[in-house]
Write a protein that binds this ligand. Structure first.
Ligand SMILES: O=C(O)CCC(=O)C(=O)O
Length: 335
């Protein structure tokens, strides 16, 4: 069926490649048709990241609304603004497998040439434990603006404890806040980009358009909703290097629902999977028994972890809500 879908190079009014193909695939999926698009997940994500749209957000819109392609393009602009011309050009060059324009190349080269933000100790920690903490990843005023944006989005007041539990606009600890000017500081920060570039060994990465998190202290009637330890990988497919990241917008001591990982497991995952009894679901095992540890941090700390680490949050047993912005970079891929 995949040959019935438009080619990734086909564009509409916005001039964004791959969008029509993604839209047509959603249409096909909605009407129950099989449309085999192996290995296009990263490409879908790249196009949506370039447009500042969430993957789940867009997929939910396409599946629930079944818009015409023209309507879909309108929704994109209404939701995330008009596509940035440079990002669109970069997408086109990448997808057509053509050289990047001088302007885009110069931007990436500037990041490659900039001084490292992770030092030798950070990199050694990354190789040993599979995660690293970048302190003061954004400025204090940028952090404060992002914190306020999350509070406003969930209609909560930092000084009104009852307001933390109203549950507006959340899925568990996740908050579907993606398009907000205050979140762009971290997405477009050269310092953060450099940290990821050091880990990926290339600056040719895309900032992800991710959501935020609001995780108040648990109490009677408000138990920890998860997520507990898991992977966001397809563990049945060949393992590929990937990163994930979380920016603490508030001080986050270990007991205050801190990110929890199994340090060093990036070095063990392939053997562990191979040794697992056939038929057992890796995600259903006692992953804490592998040696989970919380990663405490200060407001403004960005924790980047290797996607092969089992990871999750933990119950918030502290006094204050934990506020975060999820932030990552994905590697540039072609059609
Ligand atoms: O919010 C957290 O601490 C964990 C995040 C997580 O599990 C994820 O991003 O997949």
């Amino acid at each position: 069926m995949s040959d019935l879908l438009p080619a990734s190079t086909e564009t509409g009014t916005l001039g964004v490649p791959h969008l029509k193909r993604m839209w047509a695939a959603a249409h096909a999926a909605r009407s129950g048709a099989q449309s085999a698009r192996p290995n296009e997940g990263r490409l879908d994500h790249q196009v949506l990241n370039a447009l500042g749209l969430g993957l789940q957000q867009t997929w939910a819109y396409l599946m629930h609304t079944a818009p015409t392609f023209e309507r879909f393009e309108h929704w994109i602009v209404d939701t995330a603004g008009a596509p940035d011309p440079l990002d669109r050009e970069r997408l086109r060059a990448t997808i057509h497998r053509q050289p990047l324009s001088d302007t885009v190349r110069a931007r990436l080269d500037a990041i490659e040439a900039s001084p490292p933000v992770l030092d030798e100790t950070d990199l050694a920690h990354w190789h040993e434990h599979g995660y690293v903490v970048l302190h003061d990843a954004i400025t204090e005023s940028e952090r404060e603006a992002a914190e306020q944006a999350v509070y406003a989005h969930v209609h909560a007041d930092p000084n009104d404890r009852e307001s933390w539990y109203r549950g507006d606009g959340r899925h568990g600890i996740m908050v579907e806040l993606i398009q907000h000017a205050a979140l762009n500081a971290a997405r477009h920060s050269p310092r953060i980009h450099k940290a990821f570039a050091q880990l990926w060994d290339t600056a040719d990465l895309w900032p992800t358009a991710d959501r935020c998190g609001f995780h108040p202290p648990q109490r009677a009637g408000y138990p920890f909703p998860g997520p507990d330890l898991h992977w966001d990988l397809d563990l049945g497919a060949p393992l590929e290097f990937d990163t994930q990241g979380i920016l603490y917008l508030t001080d986050t001591p270990a007991e205050q629902g801190a990110l929890t990982v199994v340090p060093g497991f990036q070095r063990k995952l392939p053997d562990w999977l191979a040794a697992l009894e056939p038929g057992l679901d890796p995600q259903d095992q006692d992953l804490h028994a592998l040696g989970s540890e919380p990663v405490a941090g200060r407001a403004g700390d960005l924790v980047i972890w290797h996607a092969w680490l089992p990871h999750g949050s933990r119950p918030n047993l502290g006094e204050r809500p934990r506020l975060v912005q999820y932030i990552n970079r994905s590697i540039s891929v072609s059609a």
